[in-house]
Design a protein around this ligand. Structure first.
Ligand code: F6P
Length: 546
């Protein structure tokens, strides 16, 4: 494929960028009252208003043309059909098969994976039901009432954020904890709250080789055996999810208690697989299935809708516009819904572990920006913190606002205030406040002229800051599934434009390997010969002072 910078649409966008920078969105709305209608679309219970973006129709057309020139349609087709698009690991990328309700087969190397997908789903369903109806009990016959999910990265964030977001759907009587960090404070804090008789540990590790997860599970197991239990009781209280069933069994898991997953599911895309077991155990299988169905609806939309009406494509291409032509280096997610407060952290892993790369598929170093820094936190808290920088610094930061139209246990006053803050912030970012208006406000003040001019300069807000507004009918399993799938597909689209493999994570691997070596050095099992002086000094300082 030709270099990205040589794509004709890229040159067109380079020409448009300085022209568009001269426009103000305030004027665009005045000149074009139909703008909000034209740049709004809805799918799967999600409405996207992208009218508050610094774009013209010409820009959008060129962005969609760029997607054509980068062969996005082919990329989408290849992913859904099971081609090994994760080329550096020679693997298919098939999280979409896990929520494929079409009844059609999906083949990897000529083999239909759907029977194994459905078999695992059935296992998740029956185990969930057995825990909930008391057929699977703890070793003393008491029902399970606490789930402890142990995993990290994709084997943690997806289940945790979905579970947290679906609080109104939690099964009565079930409490779920998530432990990821190898920092012993976390697991010890959780263990201190548990009753061994009624606790189920779910160990989630695709590779079954992740240090944090193995150690936390060993600690949990040791604690369990100190509670007056015997080795044989472990089978009732420990289950595992992994693509490495052999390693799980060697570790001591009962084979029956291992939920398998295909190696064609990337860690950060795996919540739809048996990695979602803690979700199912917390909200019930019915709601877990609804989550998958929401994602499936987004998958169908993504495959079928033309680019200009395709939600993930639109969001992705707007991101490319800001990252490559408008100087943005980061992108903020601002959910106005307390239960979605962890969502920015989820998308952070999804996006940054996928597109935080600078080597193209054909091994060249990129000469353009790739994945942005993803960050953010819940509104309105952020308004009293980092929003200041978005409003008045000179860093361009596009944002996605998120707001549910309906919430459970609705208190109208609170909900109306939340809505007004969310919409008001988007409006303020877009329109800003001119120097003249700020000066006018100071007309009646007792300040002298010079002081008024100075203060007005400080109060001036340039505006013209782009935002997308994502409205949900409500955050239920279905809309949440669709929302997550939408961000997954956004990542695929951007990776395609930038020519990246969005599905490996070599950058993470080196840290893991060196971390293991350092551990052996701390334990005295490996010589420090040949390591850099700084690391050697740190290790010695730690050993001598711990
Ligand atoms: O942090 C890197 C990573 O490889 C993620 O991609 C993955 O989700 C996580 O580690 C955990 O891996 P595993 O599920 O194999 O324990």
């Amino acid at each position: 494929m030709q270099k990205l910078r040589n794509a004709p649409a890229w040159s067109e966008l380079e020409k448009l960028a300085p022209l568009v920078k001269r426009h103000h969105m305030r004027d665009m709305f005045i000149k074009d009252p139909a703008r909000a209608d034209r740049y709004t679309l809805g799918i799967a219970g999600i409405t996207l208003d992208y009218s508050k973006n610094l774009i013209t129709q010409e820009v959008l057309d060129a962005l969609f043309e760029l997607a054509e020139q980068r062969e996005l349609k082919k990329k989408i087709k290849n992913m859904f059909s099971g081609k090994a698009i994760n080329v550096t690991e020679n693997r298919a990328v098939l999280h979409t098969a896990l929520r494929n309700f079409s009844g059609k087969s999906v083949k990897v190397d000529g083999k239909n994976v759907m029977p194994e997908v459905l078999e695992t789903l059935a296992k998740v369903q029956s185990f969930t039901e057995m825990v909930h109806n008391g057929k699977h009990t703890g070793y003393t016959g008491k029902p399970i009432h606490t789930i402890v999910s142990i995993g990290i990265g994709g084997s943690f964030l997806g289940p945790k954020i979905v579970t947290e977001s679906l609080k109104p759907y939690w099964k009565k009587g079930i409490k779920t904890h998530f432990v990821a960090n190898v920092d012993g404070c976390h697991i010890q804090d959780v263990l201190a709250q548990l009753d061994a008789e009624q606790t189920l540990f779910v160990m989630s590790s695709k590779s079954f080789s992740t240090q944090e997860t193995l150690q936390n599970t060993l600690t949990a197991k040791a604690w369990f055996l100190q509670q007056g239990t015997e080795q044989k009781d472990i089978a009732k209280h420990f289950v595992a999810v992994s693509s490495n069933v052999k390693a799980a069994v060697e570790f001591g898991m009962d084979k029956e208690n291992v939920f398998p997953m295909g190696d064609w599911v990337g860690g950060r895309y795996s919540l739809w697989s048996a990695i979602g077991l803690p979700i199912s155990l917390t909200v019930g299988y019915k709601h877990f299935e609804a989550l998958l169905k929401g994602a499936y609806e987004m998958d169908c939309h993504f495959q079928e809708a033309p680019f200009e009406k395709n939600m993930p494509v639109i969001l992705a291409m707007l991101g490319v516009w800001y990252r490559n032509f408008m100087g943005a280096q980061s992108h903020a997610l601002l959910p106005y819904y307390h239960y979605l407060r962890g969502f920015p952290a989820y998308v952070q892993q999804l996006d940054m572990e996928s597109n935080g790369k600078s080597t193209t598929l054909d091994g060249r170093t990129v000469d353009y920006g790739t994945g942005p820094i993803i960050w953010g936190s819940e509104g309105t808290n952020g308004q009293h913190s980092f929003y200041q920088l978005i409003h008045q610094s000179n860093l361009p930061i596009p944002v996605d606002f998120m707001f549910p139209l309906k919430v459970h246990n609705q208190d109208d006053t609170h909900h109306n205030m939340l809505a007004s803050n969310c919409f008001g912030q988007a409006q303020a970012l877009m329109q800003g406040k001119s120097f003249e208006d700020c000066l006018d406000d100071l007309n009646t003040s007792s300040l002298n002229e010079a002081e008024k001019l100075n203060l007005a300069a400080h109060k001036t807000m340039a505006g013209n800051h782009p935002s997308n507004m994502l409205l949900f009918n409500e955050v239920n399993p279905k809309t949440l599934g669709a929302l997550i799938a939408m961000y997954e597909h956004k990542v695929l689209v951007q990776g395609c434009i930038w020519g990246l493999n969005s599905f490996d994570q070599w950058g993470v691997e080196l840290g893991k390997v060196l971390g293991n070596d350092v551990y052996d050095m701390i334990e005295g099992d490996m010589s420090m010969d040949g390591i850099d002086a700084s690391t050697e000094k740190l290790i010695k300082h730690f050993i001598n002072n711990q």
